[in-house]
Design a protein around this ligand. Sequence first.
Ligand SMILES: Cc1cc2nc3c(=O)[nH]c(=O)nc-3n(C[C@H](O)[C@H](O)[C@H](O)COP(=O)(O)OP(=O)(O)OC[C@H]3O[C@@H](n4cnc5c(N)ncnc54)[C@H](O)[C@@H]3O)c2cc1C
Length: 411
Amino acid sequence: MKQKVIVIGAGITGISCAEELRRSGAEVTLIDRVPAGDPSQTSFGNAGILAREGVMPIANPSMLKMIPQIMFSPNSPVYLKWSYLIKFAPWALGFVMNGTRPKARPIINALNELLYDTVERHTQLAKGTKADRYITSGDLTFLYRHKRQFTSDRFANQTREDLGITWTELSRTNLLERDPHISNLYKFGIAYNNHGWITNPSAYVAALALHFQKNGGSIHAGEVVKLGQGTVMLKDGQKLTANSIVLATGAWSKGLASALGHNVPLQAERGYHLSLKSSSIMPPNTYLIMDKRFGLTPMDGFLRCAGQSEYAPLDMPPNQKAINNLRQFLYRLYPNIEHEGETTWQGTRPTLPDSLPMIGRSPKDASIVFAFGSQHLGLTMGPKIGQIVRDIVLDKPSNIKIDAYSPSRFD
Ligand SMILES: Cc1cc2nc3c(=O)[nH]c(=O)nc-3n(C[C@H](O)[C@H](O)[C@H](O)COP(=O)(O)OP(=O)(O)OC[C@H]3O[C@@H](n4cnc5c(N)ncnc54)[C@H](O)[C@@H]3O)c2cc1C
């Protein structure tokens, strides 16, 4: 008999789980309060980078040294309202404690497992769907003001080398050969090889959802208010049942997951984008601008500049200062850039203090499988999480060790 599965959340995580399960023969219903590709999803407006190199936890030995500089410099890429400090403090403490070398090492290995084959995983997920056209391969270039900013980060560089992540050093001359518009603020670069990006993240997710639906998957519009024991309750009073329920509700997962009795220290880490239509300058591949910590991606007809980390409640209105920062950072890189209009967006990353997602069956309720918490890397790791969840739900053997992602690790 076919396994009946409900997946809640139609962002990149949920659609990856739903499609993998459908392909393996399960009867899958995908529930979301908004359509896939909607601007309220975090999957709508990210930088599109398939960050295979992103193995460093957000809190890591190099980053901890920079906290005072990051928090107190004007136009910092990271910020926090002082009025939120008391609520934020317990999470921040856990976050900082995970940044030491001994704590970071197992986290790095667990992140690497989710990232190392990202381009192949996306290619496989999108194969035969209209999402396929949005996948591009190429370098991911980190831009630095000076070479020493790269060389001084020995822990991260050694970690990446140990994991077989390869790169090419780019002098200022090399950078200009690739992109003559880079301002003279940036004198050094590192091109990480074998990376990729998605040229329109919202269209990508929408195309995957359409394929899922056209091939027998069911999509149900509604807001889930309660779940447990194989049952999902919707806001309009409907009740749906399944053998397994996958919770892939991104930054909104805390309430539903905590109601099952788990400690889920999920923090809303808000980010922003500025997209320039018909930009006069397009970088040859994706960039991360290291002093201001933002991503720059040549997309399908527009240039996207995305970043900022704002620790704040989920429902706080967008902060115009973050958009102004991004605009200012972009003009520092490309002083002569022109365009035909801009759009702006705020989205919310789901971040746990150890930078790892929660993936696995809830020990409190065997019908529930967690799949959320993919922080800055949810697009990159989405298809891999989809495969892991498929194997958990269908009880398939797997070589991937999932203990590090355990839903009960903070209980
Ligand atoms: C500025 C920015 C830049 C980023 N850049 C990158 C990048 O370059 N590369 C990368 O890999 N990652 C990036 N990320 C991170 C990435 O976008 C997220 O990790 C990822 O989109 C999370 O996907 P998700 O499917 O888990 O969540 P979402 O996309 O947010 O989807 C969650 C879904 O759950 C639904 N939902 C929630 N609660 C309920 C409920 N009760 N009932 C029904 N439905 C519900 C929501 O409506 C939503 O559709 C970036 C994030 C930001 C903010």
